[in-house]
Write a protein that binds this ligand. Sequence first.
Ligand SMILES: Nc1ncnc2c1ncn2[C@@H]1O[C@H](COP(=O)(O)OP(=O)(O)OP(=O)(O)O)[C@@H](O)[C@H]1O
Ligand SMILES: C[C@@H](N)C(=O)O
Ligand SMILES: [Mg+2]
Ligand SMILES: [Mg+2]
Length: 354
Amino acid sequence: MAGMQDLAVKSPLYVGLLFGGQSGEHDVSITSARAIASALNQNSRYQVQPFYIQRDGTWRSPDISQQVLDSGKGLQDSELLTDAAFFLPTEVQTVDLWFPVLHGPNGEDGTVQGLLQLMHKPYVGNGVLASSVGMDKIAMKAIFANAGLPQVKYVALNRWQWQQDEQSWSEHIEATLGYPCFVKPSNLGSSVGISKVRDRQQLKEAIASATSYDPRIIIEQGVTAREIECAVLGNEQPQASAIGEITFTSDFYDYETKYTAGKADLIIPSKLPDNVTQAVQSMAVKAFQTVAGSGLARVDFFYVEATGTVLINEINTFPGFTSLSMYPKLWEYSGIPFTQLCDRLVELALEKHV
Ligand SMILES: Nc1ncnc2c1ncn2[C@@H]1O[C@H](COP(=O)(O)OP(=O)(O)OP(=O)(O)O)[C@@H](O)[C@H]1O
Ligand SMILES: C[C@@H](N)C(=O)O
Ligand SMILES: [Mg+2]
Ligand SMILES: [Mg+2]
């Protein structure tokens, strides 16, 4: 096995690109991975070995995975491997460094990071702790509160608690948060399973929807605010990018608005007072360090213009890399084009692993 010093100069460097995965963000991962594969392929030192993870968790070999990357779509039912036994394709042995391009549970939440850690190979991005804490909104909010990061009011509960006493929980949510409020699965992203609710009936429907994705859910007070995002890059000395604002005409920044061209405008840099920009950047770095981040993250905020308040919404430990995504656009504006960004993430993975 090559040592880490060797990997810094090894050519070709076999980069295992992991994508797809067992979450509601499977399709987003395919789109992110296509963009990253195409950037990595521009560097002659890298030999990209794609591994597509089916929705049931089965890993596919590089030849089939390349077909998924080329088509941009998951496999047809007839092409799926349906053997329930977990196995890794033999080509895994040749990988020098992993690039997990996975969003959501069973990919961005520390599970895959734990597997890669046990393989003793460097991997891009966040480790087990940052990934798991960043993915679970209930754990994330507790740790942010402990760090003094301001957030919206929220109520956390699980499916069993809700089923025991829907009436009392509904009254508690209404008294504590009021309407509108947002109901979210604790572990997910891309707005999958999130609803904005305005009355008791919608609350019940929204909780039924969110608990179908995750038994842990969170209900947040709805704020009227501008939506601001900041990218973070680095290991022990993380840097914040310029900040971006998202505007849209839909009710909130839902899945369709995120991934349909023309439905949202990304304003980079956002036009905010300097003190607000600086507050967002320093909170983004603080959030990253609070979860023990490494490599990258995108931190999402609400700016409540009426009161001049900045609230942290969440951290995403593997943010979207699609052509519509904020993370690569923020770095592009901040002086790091997409291909260099991918190189930098590889360097950071090697640096962390030494
Ligand atoms: N408390 C809130 N008040 C107002 N709007 C909210 C609130 N929570 C969420 N939203 C709306 O829902 C969107 C998605 O929320 P959030 O970022 O928490 O979800 P997510 O699934 O983790 O998304 P992603 O990972 O893709 O950024 C926000 O960008 C915003 O438009
Ligand atoms: C991929 C999606 N969860 C994002 O944060 O961009
Ligand atoms: Mg998120
Ligand atoms: Mg978000």
